[in-house]
Design a binder for this molecule. Structure first.
Ligand SMILES: *Cc1c(COP(=O)(O)O)cnc(C)c1O
Length: 398
């Protein structure tokens, strides 16, 4: 097939690949093992950990959407993050952002504690810090943009420029925007990592991950490690994730249309102090977002007026939003990072990362936008954040 646009690749890659019956949707192969065609004559596949058709179609589709040479499907997003670290030896340094995904931060720092690699933590959103990378001479630089939960951006081209000067590889966790809205490999990144649990599957019913390598050589090394340590994804998970991926582009369009409307609504609300969304002109990196992203995504965060009691009252009275961690599904989720996703961080580190007690994060779903905004308007009027400081939190509820 000649080169097609991303929506077409997402919908059609692997369609009609079935040679036996012409099945339009690729059949599900649950088999763990494959017969040899003859003595010493292997077919395309021999064993399920090493290879599976459903996993391969999903990997190939994500690799094409990212503009990479090879994709690898892992059992979870964290397995994908872990896989990328297999490229480092014990005396190699990994530069990580101070506000990367909490699970990644925990993995990197615990691997370093065991002496399996070295870690340097930097605020990569500040351009003053980038020269430090030249003296650190890392093997790998990890970036995650926009960051969670206050949507700070890292300048991808500035990082890949620095990396080239010191011979480092760059890995980007592209979970927050998905390949529909950002393609880091096209800006010089070597490895893209996804938690497919989020937008790629998009229906909050599969945990999975993917790694995409820019070159076939790097892809082969990572695929060898994935089989070696046994972290490849399950066939049925791959089947479901491909089904979710078919609608990635249309879902993201609606996610970000709704997200922008909510961000604009919150910006004008008397009950809100600050709104974080790269699509707002008030976002300090709005220009950078326009340069390196193809859209602004579906994640919005804001500070509610008042204190933690106001946040609790607001969150427990909503009807259309589910109070839950995770993101990227069709349904709207809302969370309180300080007591949920970022509860494991100590208070100082939390404040440094911008996660105060009044911060609220929304994974904006694809419901009717009028219902989403009406839910906010109703609850703001009911609890009047910032006006009732001494209410006992335990007595508040729906
Ligand atoms: C969720 C997430 C991960 C981890 O993925 P799992 O599928 O939960 O293992 C890694 N990075 C980011 C940015 C995430 O949001």
């Amino acid at each position: 097939m000649s080169e097609k646009n991303k929506s077409t690749v997402a919908v059609r890659n692997g369609v009609e690949a079935d040679k036996h019956h012409g099945a339009v949707v690729p059949p599900l192969y649950l088999t763990t093992t494959y017969s040899f065609a003859d003595f010493d004559v292997k077919r395309d596949y021999d064993y399920g950990r090493s290879g599976n058709p459903n996993r391969d179609i999903l990997a190939d589709t994500i690799a094409k959407l990212e503009g990479g040479a090879k994709g690898i499907i892992t059992a979870t997003g964290m397995a994908a993050v872990h896989l990328a670290t297999q490229l480092l030896n014990s005396d190699d340094t990994l530069v990580i952002p101070h506000d990367c995904y909490g699970g990644s931060y925990r993995l990197f720092t615990s691997l370093a504690k065991r002496g399996l690699l070295k870690v340097e933590v930097l605020d990569l959103t500040k351009s003053d810090n980038l020269d430090k990378i030249l003296t650190i001479k890392p093997k790998l630089i990890w970036i995650e943009t926009p960051s969670n939960p206050v949507l700070r951006l890292t300048d991808i081209r500035a990082i890949t420029n620095i990396a080239r000067q010191c011979g480092a590889l760059v890995a980007a966790d592209n979970t927050f925007l998905s390949p529909a809205l950002q393609n880091p490999i096209k800006m010089g990144v070597d490895i893209v990592v996804h938690s497919t649990t989020k937008y790629i599957n998009g229906h909050s019913d599969v945990v999975g991950g993917a790694v995409v390598a820019a070159t076939a050589e790097l892809g082969a090394e990572l695929a060898w490690w994935a089989n070696n340590i046994g972290i490849t994804g399950a066939p049925f998970d791959s089947y479901l994730t491909l089904r979710g991926l078919r609608t990635l582009n249309v879902r993201l369009k609606q996610h970000q249309e709704n997200a922008l409307a909510i961000a604009k609504y919150l910006e004008t609300s008397d009950y809100v102090d600050q709104v974080y969304y790269p699509g707002l002109e008030s976002h300090p990196q709005h220009q950078l977002a326009k340069e390196q992203q193809e859209g602004f995504g579906g994640m919005v965060s804001f500070n509610i007026k008042g204190n933690i009691d106001d946040a609790a009252a607001f969150l427990t009275n909503l009807e259309v939003f589910s109070l839950a961690e995770s993101l990227g599904g069709v349904e709207s989720l809302i969370c309180h990072p300080a007591t949920m996703t970022h509860a494991g961080m100590d208070a100082d580190a939390r404040i440094e990362a911008g996660v105060g007690d009044t911060l609220i994060r929304i994974s904006v779903g694809i419901e009717d936008i009028n219902d989403l905004i009406a839910d906010f308007t109703r609850v703001f009027a009911k609890v009047q954040p910032g006006t009732n400081k001494n209410v006992n939190r335990a007595s508040r509820g729906a």
